[in-house]
Design a protein around this ligand. Structure first.
Ligand code: ADP
Ligand code: MG
Length: 706
C-alpha cells in the first residue's frame, strides 16, 4: 500500500508542477481570462465547498454558463493543486457521444494538454484515455454498462451526471443505480447538473440534497412560427388549412417527436425558401437546420446542392451533422468558414442541446450571440408539444423499455422501475412483461432469452425486431426488411380524400391475390426501385398514389437495419444467401405472422359478404376489397379505435402458419407440424454461428427427434 501511495504522491507533485506552469504561461493566462468571464467562475469556491461537504448536490444554471466544461475541471484543478491529483478520478456523463467528445477536447485544450492525457473521453466503440486520465467524459450509456460489472465504482471519486433536465432514459437509469450505490460508497461524490430550474425534483429524490444555482446571462432569440415564415418568404403551402387537423392528429400519435409530422406536410421546398430568405435578408452568421433523421438530411442536402444560390460553394458552406458520423467529420462543423461564406449545417436534433458551435445562432439558442429561430410548424403545435415533454422513460414504449432494463441485468423490472424518479403504471409494466413472455423475448422467470437479447439491441419495436430476425433466419430477408422498415416509418400508400377509390384500386394492383397489404408494400417498393433505375420514379409514384418521400425513408431505414443485423452477426455478408427463400410466399407470410402475433383477427364468411372480426369493410386494406378470402385468419400490425375498431394493414394466414409461427417460436413448433415446414428445415441447419441460431437449431433437433 505505502509503496503505491508514494508513487501516487510523486505523480501528484508532477501534475501540480505542470498545471502551475501552464497557468503561468501567456497562453494559459489568456485561457484563464476567458474562463473567468463565465458565470460559473464567480461560484467556484462555493461550489467546491458544497461538493466537498455533501455526498450529493444539484447544480442548475443556464446553458453556456460553464457547467460542463468548468465545474468538473474546478474539482480536478483543486485536487491537483492540493497535491492529490493522482488520487482523484472524476467521471462526467453526457447524454450524447458528440458532446462527450467535443467537451473533453475543449477541456483538455483549456488545460493546454493533448486529449487523452489528464482529460479523456469514452463513447461506444471510440475513446481517448490513458493511465494519466483523471477526468473522463463519457456517455451515460458507458457509465451504466460499467456499473454492471463494477457495482461499487471502485477508484472513482466524483461522478457528474450532466443534462439531467433532459430526462434521458439512461440518465434516469443511472440515478436509480447510483442512488442504490451511495450508501456503500460514503466517500463518493455525486453532482447532478441541469440547465433548468427543476432542481427540486432531483433534490427530493436524493433525500433533500442541497441545490445550487448559477445566475447567468443569455442573448435574446426571436422565434418565428410557420405563420410568420410563410408571410416572410411569400411561400404558398397547398394545404395550410388542413394543418390544424392534421397537426392535431399527429400530435396525439407522435408526442415524442415534434418533427415527426412536419416533413409530411411541409417538405423541403419551404426549408429552401427560408434559407434563401435568411441568406438574402439576415445579417451574417451560421444557420443550423434541425431535421428528423439522416434520410431527410441527405435528401435535403442533394436538393440544396442543386440550388443556384444555396448550392454555390463560394457563398454557402453546406455541412451535415448527425449522431453516427465519424469524429473527424464532426470536427469540421466547428471550424469557421472563410469570410463572406455562410455556414449552413443540417443536423439531427441531437445537436440542439449539448454542443456549442460558436458562430451559430440558433440551436444553443442565444449562447454566444443574439439570434433568430424559425419554427416550420404553427405556433399551436409548438405549444401543444411543449406540454407533452415527458421524460424519455415515460415516453418509451413499455415493451422496449422493459427489454432495455433487462439488458442491464436487472433482476426484477418492476422493482427497478419502482425506484425511478417517475415510473410508468405498475400494471402497464406487468402487461409489457407478459407480452414479452408471449413473444418469447423473456422466459417464465422473466430472464432475457436469446431472442430477447438480440431484440434489446435492435432500435425497433420488439415485435418488428422479431420479424427481422425471423426473416434473416428463414432466408427471406429482403422482403421482410422492406415490411419492417415500412411499418416503422409510415404507410407509403397515399389516400387523398377525394380520390380514395382510385387510390384503393392502385394499391390493390400490387396485391395480386396475396391477400396481404404487407406484400403489396414489398411490391410497391420493388417497383419503385426498378422505376428509379429507369429514371421514371416520379411518374411511378404519381400513377400509383405512392409517397416518394416515404419510400425514400423506407429505403434508408432498410439500410440501417441491414447494417445493425450484420453487426450483430444475424445476417450473412452474402446477400444472395439471405434471400435464398425470398420468393417463397408462404414463408414470407409465416414470418409476417411471427412478427405481428398476437395481432390476429378471424375472418367470418357470410353468404353474401365477408367481415373481419375486428375490421370494418371501409378500409383501404387490399383485403377489404375482396368478397371472400381463402384464409381463416388475418394478422395485423395496428389496430385503431375510431367509433369502431379498425385494423390497418393485414395479411391472410392459414391455420398451420398460425400454429407454427404465432407466439414464441419454441412454443409454437410441435413435432407433428414439422412436415409442413419441409422445405424450411434445411435452413435451420445452415451453420450460421450466432448463439441464437445455434440455440434454435438445438431446439428444432430435439423436436425432430421426438
Ligand atoms: P454549459 O454546460 O453550462 O451549457 P459549457 O461548459 O458547455 O456550458 O460552456 C461554457 C462556455 O464555454 C460556452 O458558453 C462557450 O463560450 C465556451 N465553450 C464551450 N465549448 C467550447 C468550444 N468547443 N470552443 C470554444 N468555446 C467553447
Ligand atoms: Mg453543458
Amino acid at each position: 500500500g505505502s509503496v503505491m501511495e508514494k508513487v501516487l504522491q510523486k505523480r501528484s507533485l508532477r501534475m501540480r508542477n505542470m498545471q502551475r506552469a501552464w497557468q503561468e504561461s501567456p497562453e494559459g493566462k489568456r485561457m484563464l481570462e476567458f474562463r473567468k468571464s463565465l458565470p460559473a467562475f464567480k461560484e467556484k469556491e462555493g461550489l467546491l465547498q458544497a461538493i466537498a461537504r455533501n455526498q450529493v448536490i444539484v447544480i442548475s444554471g443556464e446553458t453556456g454558463c460553464g457547467k460542463t466544461t468548468q465545474i468538473p475541471q474546478y474539482v480536478l484543478e483543486s485536487e491537483i493543486e492540493s497535491g492529490r491529483g493522482a488520487f482523484c478520478s472524476i467521471i462526467c456523463t453526457q447524454p450524447r457521444r458528440i458532446s462527450a467528445m467535443a467537451v473533453s477536447e475543449r477541456v483538455s485544450s483549456e488545460r493546454g494538454e493533448p486529449l487523452g492525457e489528464t482529460v479523456g473521453f469514452k463513447v461506444r466503440l471510440e475513446g481517448m484515455k490513458g493511465k494519466n486520465t483523471h477526468l473522463l467524459f463519457c456517455t451515460s450509456g458507458i457509465l451504466l454498462r460499467r456499473l454492471l460489472s463494477d457495482r461499487n465504482l471502485n477508484g472513482i471519486t466524483h461522478v457528474f451526471v450532466d443534462e439531467i433536465h433532459e430526462r434521458g432514459m439512461n440518465e434516469d437509469f443511472l440515478l436509480i443505480v447510483l442512488k442504490d450505490l451511495l450508501p456503500r460508497r460514503p466517500d463518493l461524490r455525486l453532482v447532478l447538473m441541469s440547465a433548468t430550474l427543476n432542481a427540486e425534483l432531483f433534490s427530493n429524490y436524493f433525500g433533500s440534497a442541497p441545490t445550487f444555482h448559477i445566475p447567468g446571462f443569455t442573448y435574446p432569440v426571436r422565434a418565428h412560427f410557420l405563420e410568420d415564415v410563410l408571410e416572410m418568404t411569400g411561400y404558398k403551402l397547398n394545404s395550410f388549412n388542413q394543418i390544424d387537423d392534421y397537426g392535431q392528429e399527429k400530435i396525439s400519435r407522435a408526442r415524442d417527436s415534434l418533427a415527426a409530422w412536419a416533413p409530411d406536410c411541409i417538405g423541403f421546398n419551404l426549408i429552401e425558401a427560408v434559407l434563401c430568405h435568411i441568406c438574402r435578408k439576415e445579417r451574417p452568421g451560421a444557420v443550423l437546420v434541425f431535421m428528423t433523421g439522416w434520410e431527410d438530411i441527405s435528401c435535403l442536402r442533394d436538393q440544396l446542392k442543386a440550388h443556384p444560390l444555396l448550392g454555390d460553394p463560394n457563398r454557402i458552406l453546406l455541412l451535415t451533422c448527425h449522431g453516427s458520423m465519424a469524429t473527424s467529420e464532426q470536427k469540421i462543423i466547428f471550424e469557421r468558414p472563410p469570410p463572406n461564406v455562410r455556414k449552413v449545417i443540417l443536423a439531427t436534433n441531437m445537436a440542439e442541446a449539448s454542443i456549442t458551435i460558436n458562430d451559430v445562432r440558433r440551436g444553443r439558442a442565444g449562447r454566444v450571440q443574439p439570434g433568430e429561430c424559425y419554427h416550420l410548424y404553427p405556433k399551436c403545435v409548438y405549444e401543444a408539444f411543449s406540454e407533452y415533454q415527458l421524460p424519455e422513460l415515460l415516453r418509451t414504449p413499455l415493451n422496449s423499455l422493459c427489454l432495455q432494463i433487462k439488458s442491464l441485468q436487472v433482476e426484477s423490472i418492476g422493482e427497478f422501475l419502482s425506484a425511478a424518479l417517475q415510473a410508468p403504471e405498475p400494471r402497464a409494466v406487468q402487461n409489457a412483461i407478459d407480452f414479452l413472455k408471449m413473444i418469447g423475448a423473456l422466459d417464465e422467470k422473466e430472464s432475457l432469452t436469446h431472442l430477447g437479447k438480440f431484440l434489446s439491441m435492435l432500435p425497433v419495436d420488439p415485435k418488428l425486431g422479431k420479424m427481422l430476425i425471423m426473416g434473416a433466419i428463414f432466408r427471406c430477408f429482403d422482403p421482410v426488411l422492406t415490411i419492417v422498415a415500412g411499418l416503422s416509418v409510415r404507410d407509403p400508400f397515399l389516400l387523398p380524400q377525394d380520390k380514395r377509390d382510385l387510390a384503393g384500386t392502385a394499391k390493390s394492383r400490387f396485391s395480386a391475390k396475396d391477400y396481404s397489404d404487407h406484400m403489396a408494400l414489398v411490391r410497391a417498393y420493388e417497383g419503385w426501385k426498378d422505376a428509379e433505375r429507369e429514371g421514371s420514379a416520379y411518374e411511378y409514384c404519381w400513377r400509383n398514389f405512392l409517397s416518394a418521400q416515404t419510400l425514400q425513408a423506407i429505403h434508408s431505414l432498410r439500410k440501417q437495419f441491414n447494417f445493425i443485423l450484420k453487426e450483430a452477426g444475424l445476417v450473412d455478408t452474402d446477400a444472395s444467401l439471405n434471400n435464398k427463400l425470398s420468393h417463397n410466399q408462404a414463408l414470407v407470410r409465416a414470418v409476417i405472422c411471427s412478427g405481428l402475433f398476437p395481432g390476429i383477427a378471424s375472418v367470418v364468411h357470410r353468404e353474401t359478404s365477408m367481415s373481419f372480426k375486428t375490421m370494418d369493410d371501409g378500409q383501404n386494406s387490399v383485403n377489404a376489397r375482396y368478397q371472400t378470402i381463402p384464409y381463416p385468419w388475418l394478422v395485423f400490425g395496428e389496430k385503431v379505435k375510431v367509433n369502431a375498431v379498425f385494423i390497418r394493414d393485414s395479411t391472410g394466414v392459414s391455420d398451420s402458419i398460425l400454429i407454427l409461427f404465432g407466439g414464441a417460436l419454441s412454443n409454437g413448433i410441435q413435432a407433428g407440424h414439422l412436415k409442413m415446414l419441409d422445405g424450411y428445415v434445411d435452413f435451420f441447419m445452415d451453420p450460421n454461428l450466432s448463439d441464437f441460431y445455434l440455440k434454435m437449431k438445438e431446439e428444432l433437433n430435439k423436436l425432430i427427434q421426438k
